[in-house]
Design a protein around this ligand. Structure first.
Ligand code: PGA
Length: 256
């Protein structure tokens, strides 16, 4: 049984002090539960204050939104995996569509980032997803297969055990137009099949596959109903205390 997994991607929102205040309130609203994993991914600048607001023994984990593939060196403006580990991060989001489209990240870059994350003890959350034009041209599966192949090439089953995949259709991100549960399930199934074919059935049955794109307290229950969807990568709705707390609570109870 895969544990439900909710990740809050804050994107470029909240200062360090806003993050601390938000997390203090969130902690009061969320019952610790063994039934779901929760990760908050604030901007780099808020990681330190987020960590202290969570406290040393929090059941909520910290994640980063990006990472460079080198451990250190002359890479102005970049942040490395050892730096993130040292700040208490356990997870890192890689290959988000905003990074792909606005910052020209390619599958090859994403592959190097995943390797760096794994080498330094961070669990990567790999985002894949098609654009609206690609979906309308019937290319959803081939686009996702290309992204998965390019970013996961060469990883072992042991590596895959700490990877999470997030299916995030680009047309659903920040648009208020989430994929239907059926659309998400179809892609999740093909991702699981890709893992089974490339690695093995044990890996395919344990890897967690999240859905992301306009997840709200209103649609989370339907999205989590099928076994194929293990959780959500939440953007806009994770910035609001009530919305995010509701999403987490539904994930905590739905599969309990
Ligand atoms: P959204 O963003 O929930 O605001 O659509 C999701 C994401 O980009 O991860």
């Amino acid at each position: 049984m895969r544990r439900p997994f909710i990740v809050g991607n804050w994107k470029m929102n909240k200062t360090a002090s806003e993050a601390a205040a938000f997390i203090r309130d969130l902690r009061e609203r969320l019952p610790a539960s063994p039934n779901a994993d929760v990760v908050l991914a604030p901007p780099f600048t808020a990681l330190e204050s987020a960590r202290s607001a969570l406290g040393p023994s929090s059941w909520i984990s910290l994640g980063a939104q990006n990472v460079h593939w080198e451990a250190q060196g002359a890479f102005t403006g970049e942040v490395s995996a050892p730096m993130l580990r040292d700040l208490g991060c356990r997870y890192v989001i890689v290959g988000h569509s905003e990074r792909r489209t606005l910052f020209c990240e390619r599958d090859e870059d994403i592959r190097k980032k995943i390797r760096a994350a794994l080498m330094h003890g961070l669990s990567p959350i790999l985002c894949v997803g098609e654009s609206l034009a690609e979906r309308e041209a019937g290319q959803t599966e081939s686009v996702i297969t290309t992204q998965l192949t390019g970013s996961l090439a060469g990883l072992t089953t042991e590596n895959l055990a700490t990877v999470t995949i997030a299916y995030e259709p680009v047309w659903a991100i920040g648009t208020g137009r989430a994929a239907t549960t059926e659309q998400a399930v179809a892609v999740h199934r093909s991702i699981r099949l890709f893992v089974e074919t490339g690695w093995d059935s044990q890996t395919a049955s344990t890897i967690r596959i999240l859905y992301g794109g306009s997840v709200t307290p209103q649609n989370i229950e339907s999205l989590l109903a099928p076994d194929a969807i293990d959780g959500a990568l939440v953007g806009g709705a994770c910035l609001n205390l009530d919305s995010f707390a509701t999403i987490v609570r539904i994930a905590q109870t739905q599969r309990a």
